[in-house]
Write a protein that binds this ligand. Structure first.
Ligand code: DX5
Ligand code: ZN
Length: 226
């Protein structure tokens, strides 16, 4: 189903001095804008935080898919929902009570996403998925863009897809890390329907065209899998 595929370019790979322009470049081609928030604690990298998200929110019509790679999401996550993010995803590894945070996010007006990093098995989180709108399966170790895609992590996507379908959950399954023209079909075949791409979009000469191509490749692969 083509309309089921969502492409979310990651501004981590964009020019941070021109974020508004970089967001607008993919308007009309992308579904969401993926915003990677890193705090130098949960991950060793540092990117942007709430003030930048608040300003950027006014500069584009694209829905924001905020990916919080931060410690203590119970304290910080709802601020992003209040800033107008469409979806706010926080990491399972950083949360003591993921369901409580999901409830807070929904009450604050956004969708709730749960992210699973490279070394975390998904099985322990299957039970909480009814409280979430999105499950993000990292296909790299969270923290940096431009890393090599790790295909064995798609086993987690398969397990989550099976669980979501069996339970009739309304859950998006998103992959993040090394998603590109040569890896997106495998992600779609494994059951992902939402695709983050940083380098593959902003590293391309024509980012909007790169988004359209990724969408076509993913749609073809998911149509084949049925
Ligand atoms: C990394 C971020 C990703 C990153 C992906 O921890 O979560 O969203 O931007 O970048 P690429 O697509 O270049 O792997
Ligand atoms: Zn991300």
């Amino acid at each position: 189903m083509q309309e089921n595929v969502l492409i979310a370019p990651s501004i981590l790979a964009a020019d941070f001095a021109r974020l508004a322009d970089e967001a607008r470049v993919v308007e009309g081609a992308a579904d969401w804008l993926h915003v990677d928030v890193m705090d130098y604690h949960f991950v060793p990298n540092l990117t942007i935080g709430l003030p930048v998200v608040q300003s950027l929110r006014k500069a584009t019509t694209l829905p924001f898919d905020c990916h919080l790679m931060i410690a203590d999401p119970a304290r910080w996550a709802t601020g992003y929902a209040e800033a107008g993010a469409y979806n706010v995803t926080f990491h399972a590894e950083a949360a003591t009570d993921p369901v409580a945070i999901a409830k807070d996010l929904r009450a604050a007006g956004s969708r709730a996403g749960l992210a699973i990093d490279r070394d975390t098995p998904v099985e322990g989180y299957l039970d909480v998925l009814p409280h979430f709108d999105l499950l993000l399966i990292m296909t790299i170790k969270a923290g940096f863009g431009g890393q090599q895609f790790l295909p064995h992590l798609l086993d987690k996507v398969r397990a989550a897809r099976q669980h979501a379908d069996a339970g009739h959950l309304e859950l998006r399954i998103e992959v993040d890390g090394g998603v590109a023209e040569d890896t997106i079909a495998a992600c779609a075949e494994a059951g992902a329907d939402t695709f983050v791409a940083g380098t593959a979009v902003y590293g391309a000469d024509d980012p909007a065209a790169a988004v359209r191509k990724l969408r076509a490749t993913a749609a073809a692969a998911s149509a084949q899998t049925g």
